[in-house]
Ligand binder design. Structure first.
Ligand SMILES: Cc1ncc(COP(=O)(O)O)c(C=O)c1O
Length: 454
């Protein structure tokens, strides 16, 4: 018998559609309005693509979080996480609701000041604070959250040279049972670095250790991880009280509460699996209240820096179908006028996408591409949608967090952003960019001034 020719094995990806226990097909109603404003009218006036923010949803979500924590713990203070969405109009809504500011760079710090936040209501986090940044923040009376020893020593030098005093907190990282550990920021609890940092701050006559801070991760699906974190911060605070007779004024549990988005590869919809604000509040407040801080006047204030959970649901991206095609393997591909340049979060979320007009009952699994001439520009690798046609409009849901800060100015410029106020009036809050926006930042050396394309 002759030897049969070798054929090399290969792996082929199966496109099984959105299989889950509810079946593969899912219908949805078209989304033709946001807060009572027709999607079509927004796109006619402000173009496509266009980001839309709902003030009503921002305020409702914020108030729900304040209610969840405020009914369980007597002293709660929110600090809006600027990097999540630092459009000034958005920040001002949070500040009007009573939120302080949590910033991680001097650029965000200045934005917060510009939004009317007094220096003493700014929490300054992050690993990158220059000597000038620290000096400026201390002079403004802000709370400096120290990330590493080099920052501590630099701050010490500034305070001594300039005869200043600073209110500081230490960022602590820890094992909360959720892996991988977020241990690159702050001082580790388990290996003793956190206590070493405490001893160093307590030895500084110009630093007042006001708080202990942690931010244990993001999109945390376990509310119990927060109970573990709160327990560890409380133990540290009480150890400081025992050893130094020094009272820690506040515990900052950071952010990380999940929004209703669905993570890639998740079996169930995000909104079905995430803990509620009440779950997070119960875990954190329950843990703190079990520690012997004394009467309520002695309890540390609880700071929260929630970002995505407070803004994601309030954001929409409106877009238009540019073209359709069949891929080599037969799949339908729909090319949109927005891609990963605007939807950074599509790298880890399966964003819900709704048609913005009536459609026939036929659905098909398809790939959704963006407009960039780059292979990475995939918004959804496999989504079951009605047979969208060129010119059809869509609404992408839950895009309020991190997209309007991490958006890329790459191939396409950033689009208009509008806010629908609580009375249904639409306001432009960030103008679309154009070639002039780019050129404004560029300089041509003299010897290239005269060059003209041949
Ligand atoms: C220190 C700090 N606080 C708050 C946040 C907000 O996190 P989230 O949007 O997950 O609530 C972050 C985000 O990474 C952060 O680094």
């Amino acid at each position: 018998m002759s030897k049969r020719p070798y054929e090399r094995p290969y792996l082929r990806k199966l496109n099984a559609g959105l299989g889950n226990k509810f079946g593969t097909r899912h219908s949805q109603l078209p989304v033709t309005e946001i807060d009572g404003v027709p999607v079509a009218s927004i796109m006619e006036e402000y173009g496509s693509p266009c980001f839309v923010l709902s003030e009503q949803t921002i305020r409702q979500t914020y108030r729900n979080a304040v209610r969840a924590f405020g009914t369980r713990y007597p002293k709660v203070q929110m600090a809006w996480s600027y990097k999540t969405n630092y459009l000034n109009a958005v920040c001002r809504i949070f500040h009007e609701e009573g939120s302080w500011a949590e910033v991680v760079s001097i650029f965000e710090y200045r934005k917060a000041l510009g939004n009317g936040v007094p220096g003493h209501q700014i929490l300054f986090n992050g690993p990158d604070k220059s000597a000038d940044d620290l000096r400026f923040a201390v002079q403004n009376g802000s709370l400096i959250h120290i990330d590493h020893l080099d920052e501590l020593y630099q701050l010490s030098e500034i305070l001594a040279n300039e005869d200043l005093k600073a209110r500081v907190a230490l960022r602590i990282n820890m094992d909360t049972g959720v892996y991988p550990l977020w241990d690159r920021f702050g001082f580790n609890y388990e290996n003793g670095s956190a206590w070493t940092a405490v001893t160093k701050v307590m030895a500084q006559s110009r630093m007042q250790l006001a708080g202990l801070h942690c931010h244990i991760g993001t999109y945390m699906l376990s509310s119990q991880a927060y109970a573990v974190a709160a327990n560890k911060l409380c133990d540290l605070a009480l150890e400081i009280r025992n050893q130094y007779q020094h009272r820690i004024e506040y515990l900052d549990l950071g952010g990380g509460f999940a929004s209703g988005n669905t993570l890639k590869g998740s079996y169930l919809q995000g909104s079905d699996v995430i803990p509620t604000m009440d779950d997070y509040a119960e875990a954190i407040s329950g843990a703190i209240l079990q520690h012997p801080f004394g009467m309520s006047g002695e309890l540390p204030t609880l700071f929260l820096e929630s970002g995505r959970a407070l803004i994601d649901d309030a954001g929409y991206l409106l877009g238009t179908v540019l073209a359709l095609k069949r891929l080599g393997d037969g799949r339908r591909a729909t090319i949109m006028d927005f891609g990963v340049n605007l939807l950074f979060t599509s790298f880890w979320y399966e964003h819900r996408i709704s048609p913005a007009q009536d459609y026939s009952s036929h659905h098909e699994d398809m790939v959704l591409y963006g407009p960039l001439c780059m292979n990475i520009d995939v918004v959804r690798e496999n989504v079951s949608l009605p047979l969208l046609q060129k010119g059809d409009r869509v609404v992408v849901h839950r895009v309020g967090a991190y997209n309007m800060t991490q958006w890329m100015q790459f191939i396409q410029m950033r689009p208009n952003v509008v806010l629908i106020d609580t009375r249904g009036k639409v306001h432009l809050i960030r103008r679309r960019e154009d070639v002039q926006t780019l050129n404004n930042q560029e300089l041509i050396p003299d010897y290239l001034e005269a060059v003209k394309g041949s």
